[in-house]
Design a protein around this ligand. Sequence first.
Ligand SMILES: *Cc1c(COP(=O)(O)O)cnc(C)c1O
Length: 385
Amino acid sequence: MIPYGKQDISEDDVRAVVEALTSDFLTQGPAIKKLEDTFADYCGVKYAVAVSSCTAALHLSCMALGLKDGGRLWTTPNTFVATANAGLYCGADVDFVDIDPATYLMCANKLEAKLQQAKKNDKLPNIVAPVHFAGHSCNMKKIHELSKQYGFKIIEDAAHCIGASYKDKKIGSCQYSDIACFSLHPVKIITSAEGGIVTTNDEEVYQSLMMNRTHGITKDTELIELKNAPPWYFEQQTLGYHYRITDIQCALGLSQMKRLDEFVEKRRELVNRYFEKLSNFPITLPPQSTESSWHLFVIQIAPQKTNPLKTDVFNKLREKGIGVNVHYIPVHTHPYYKKLGFENGMYPNAEKYYEHAITLPLFPLLTNDEQDYICDTLRDVLNHV
Ligand SMILES: *Cc1c(COP(=O)(O)O)cnc(C)c1O
């Protein structure tokens, strides 16, 4: 089966991991800080904090921005559940802003309309979390302007877009946001096996992230409240979590960083080939972008017809050894979210998109032959459904 996504591990990566594994530190060693510094440099941002996953990154970010019981977080229904769950972990209410059907991203105009309404009802969000779906940036300039006007904070769910840019700056620079959260899961752009990274320019946010990734504990002499603290002393100041990443994982992440631009370049080449080969197929191709990191390549099957056709195409491609996938089941349609009061029909653009969307395989090690096979098979299948 050709998977929809897959890591690319080199001998250098293996060597880096073995080195960490045989060093003095398996967990809290030098690779963590090195990865953080390298990543911050790459993004052009003041601080980067590495944690155990992007889900942990999102949760810690919500905490750092003061989200709590009775607070509100808005995101898009076209995302992995983790974005919305992060708000729920803090006891906040979660709500969604529908996507723009042309980009599959949170629609900034719909956001504006929802904010106007929320202002009247005195229910403005504390945090808006746009998701850079497939590696394409949301309209951050507009969302940032709205944040100033309506007084909310911004967490970018940047799980898909290590290496992507927005208006010539790397995503993660936080030029138009408070925080950006990245994933180092193997299907994403680079990997540390499991792992996540948070970037921010805000020192207070940084301190909060550092403390809450390790139980709310600090050893920083400048932060400790006790006067004349003894040398062994540390303090728990907040109720944090164990969201630490290991040195072994960071050694892998750091080694992968060296090939990051190469990975993104390869993804862009493969995407150009997809656009060429699929141009006259009876499908909707994804929006073009030269700044995207292209985590996913999503096509829409027979956008004018209904769902069974997509299921058919999906099954037939799987039968032929093509590991297609679907991103995303709209978050509000999951049973857990339905119990919170959400219903089908609430975000029609995300639901309609989901009815037709299929993710084709895309990863740096995908060969041209495999890609040709995928396109030829898709043509056959489309001719016979
Ligand atoms: C993968 C992903 C996450 C979660 O990442 P983990 O590192 O697996 O916790 C969050 N949001 C989006 C959009 C993702 O694709």
